[in-house]
Write a new protein. Structure first.
Length: 388
C-alpha cells in the first residue's frame, strides 16, 4: 500500500425531502449572496429548483439563478457566469443538477477570485482558492458532489479536461433520492456506467497489497450491479435509487482509490469522444472501457481473473486467459442489458475520426496516457479501433 492523505470534508445530507435543507446549509456557511446554477430545465419541470429557491428565501439569503448548463459543459457559459457573479458580488455557488452543473459551478467558483483565464486550471495550474460550492444532486453518476474535480470543455480548442484541487470539494451536498425519479432510462444507465468506471480506474492498478481498497471496490461494484436493473425498470424504486446515489458518491470521493496508483486512461479517451461528438459521458465510457480492458488484460492477468471471479461470478479454476476474457464479456453484456452502447458506431463516431481523437488526447503535450499500461499514441489508436 502506498502512503496517502485522505480528507473528504463535504457534509452529506441524505434522504427524502433533503433538498429543502439547501437554504439552511448555505446560511450555515455564512453565504450572503448565492448564485444558483441549473441545467436544461429538468429541475424546473420536476419542481426541484422552485423548492430549493424557496429554501433560500426561508433562510433569508439573497440569490440569483442561471439555467442552461449543457451536458459536457462548455467554457463560454463559465466565462459569462464568472462575469455575472463578479458584478453581483456573489460569495457562494449552489449547483442544482448533475455533474455538468456541479462542474460548471466549481469552474465559476475557481474563476471569480482568479484574475486570469479560468481554463488555466484545466491546463495544469494548481488549484488554490475557490468560492464555496454547495450541491443539490439530481442524478447519481459523476460523483462530483464529493470529488475535488471539475471537467469542462474548452469550446475553442474542443478539448475536454479536468481541474483538481481540495478547494473544489463541495462544502455540502444534498442527496435526495426522490429527485432522481424523473430520470430517463438512458440517463440512469449512463450514470451507472460512469460510477462503475470510476471504480475500475482505481481497481486496475499495479500497486500490490491493497486489500481493503480492493474489497471496497469489489463490494461497491456488486452493490451497483445488484440494483442497476431496478432503476432501469422502475425509476421510482426509492431504495434502488438511494443505493445508487450513495454508490455514485463513494465511487469517486477516492475512498476506493487511496494507497495505490490509479489509471484514468479510459476517462481521457472517453472525454475526447464527448468533446468531438457530444456523447453522454457514461455512454462514451461504456464504449471505451470494454475495449481498454481487452487491450490491457495481459499486463496483469491475475488481477483480471480476480475481477472476473469476484465481480462477475466466473467460476474459479479455469484457464486464466479465458476467465479474464469471460469477465470482460460479462461486463459488456451487463452494459448492453442496461441499454448502453458498446461500439463507437452507436455514438456516430466514424472510423475516420480516430486519428483526430488520438491527436486531441495528446494535445496538451503529454506523451502517454494512463498508468496500468502507459498508452502511447499508437496504443490509444488501437484502443479506439477495438471499440469500432
Ligand atoms: O440539463 P437537464 O435538463 O437538467 O437534464 C439533465 C441532462 O440532460 C438530465 N437530468 C439530470 N437530473 C435529472 C435529469 N433529467 C431528469 N430528471 C433528473 N432528476 O441528465 C442529463 C445529464 O446531466 P449531467 O449533469 O450531464 O450528468 P452527469 O451527472 O452524468 O454529469 C456528466 C458530466 O460530469 C463530468 C462528465 O465528464 C460530464 O461532463 N464528470 C465529472 C466528474 C467530476 N467532477 O468529478 C467525474 C466524472 O468522471 C465526469 O468526468
Ligand atoms: Zn466519469
Amino acid at each position: 500500500m502506498n502512503d496517502f492523505t485522505f480528507q473528504s470534508p463535504t457534509k452529506f445530507v441524505f434522504g427524502r425531502g433533503a433538498h429543502r435543507e439547501a437554504g439552511r446549509l448555505a446560511a450555515e456557511l455564512g453565504a450572503k449572496k448565492v448564485l444558483v446554477l441549473y441545467g436544461g430545465g429538468s429541475a424546473v419541470q420536476n419542481g426541484t429548483l422552485p423548492a430549493v429557491l424557496q429554501s433560500l428565501d426561508a433562510a433569508g439569503l439573497d440569490y440569483l439563478s442561471a439555467g442552461g448548463v449543457q451536458p459536457n459543459p462548455g467554457s463560454s457559459f463559465v466565462y459569462s457566469a464568472i462575469e455575472g457573479a463578479r458584478e453581483e458580488g456573489v460569495d457562494m455557488l449552489l449547483a442544482v443538477g448533475g455533474g455538468s452543473v456541479i462542474d460548471t459551478a466549481k469552474a465559476v467558483a475557481l474563476g471569480v477570485p482568479y484574475p486570469g483565464d479560468f481554463l488555466d486550471f484545466y491546463r495544469g495550474r494548481p488549484v488554490e482558492e475557490a468560492l464555496p460550492v454547495g450541491v443539490v444532486l439530481t442524478i447519481p453518476a459523476a460523483g462530483s458532489e464529493g470529488s475535488p474535480n471539475s471537467v469542462i470543455t474548452d469550446e475553442e480548442r474542443r478539448i475536454k479536461k479536468g481541474a483538481k484541487g481540495e478547494a473544489l470539494r463541495p462544502k455540502f451536498a444534498v442527496l435526495d433520492p426522490e429527485l432522481t425519479f424523473t430520470l430517463s432510462k438512458y440517463q440512469s444507465a449512463c450514470g451507472i456506467s460512469d460510477m462503475m468506471a470510476h471504480i475500475f480506474e482505481r481497481y486496475f492498478t499495479k500497486t500490490p497489497e491493497n486489500a481493503v481498497t480492493d474489497r471496497l471496490c469489489e463490494g461497491l461494484l456488486l452493490a451497483i450491479k445488484d440494483v442497476a436493473m431496478r432503476v432501469i425498470i422502475d425509476s421510482e424504486d426509492y431504495e434502488a435509487q438511494a443505493a445508487l446515489m450513495w454508490a455514485g458518491m463513494l465511487a469517486h470521493n477516492d475512498l476506493c482509490g487511496v494507497g495505490r496508483e490509479q489509471d484514468w486512461g479510459s476517462h481521457a479517451l472517453a472525454h475526447q469522444i464527448s468533446a468531438l461528438y457530444d456523447s453522454a459521458h457514461g455512454a462514451a465510457l461504456a464504449v471505451i472501457f470494454p475495449a481498454w480492458l481487452k487491450y490491457v488484460y495481459t499486463e496483469d492477468i491475475d488481477r483480471f481473473v480476480r475481477f472476473a471471479q469476484n465481480v462477475w461470478g466466473i467460476s474459479p479454476g479455469g484457464d486464466k486467459e479465458q476467465t479474464a476474457l469471460a469477465g470482460i464479456a460479462k461486463y459488456e453484456e451487463f452494459l448492453r442489458g442496461i441499454g448502453m452502447p458498446t461500439r463507437l458506431s452507436q455514438l456516430d463516431v466514424p472510423e475516420e475520426g480516430i486519428p483526430q481523437l488520438t491527436e486531441l488526447a495528446f494535445a496538451l503535450g503529454n506523451t502517454t496516457i494512463g498508468n496500468f499500461k502507459r498508452l502511447t499514441p499508437a496504443d490509444v489508436e488501437a484502443v479506439y479501433r477495438l471499440a469500432l
